[in-house]
Write a protein that binds this ligand. Sequence first.
Ligand code: ZN
Length: 150
Amino acid sequence: MSYLQDLYQEIILDHNKRPRNCGKLDCATCQANGYNPLCGDKITIYLRLEGDRVQECTFEGNGCAISTASASLMTEIIKGKTIDEVKELFERFHDLVTGQEELDELKAGLGKLQALAGVREFPMRVKCATLAWHTLNAALRSEETPVSTE
Ligand code: ZN
């Protein structure tokens, strides 16, 4: 168990230090801004959709390690997925980090996102971990007003 925890810690640290898909996406078809006032995390999500499939997703942000790592992991896992698949993934990820479901049932398909399961012990951190996903949802709905976790 502690080996796994170390591994997950590694993933978060690595994605915080070297965020993937970080930067503005010039050819984005939709984007949204998100803000988590509890922690001060700010993020912009850029998406390029082709039909209902995510071709590219990048982010720009200024936030804590959890919010940055979560955004980085998210941009990796949603690439190539359809909007429906992305929504389903978000629901499962949300259940994972809020602890509403038993962990084992959720493991399939979440991949490295499981690294963030530990935030369920820290309710304040749940908002850091889900900010990128809420912002992604807003981008998919093409909302103009910035989303807030509050
Ligand atoms: Zn945060």
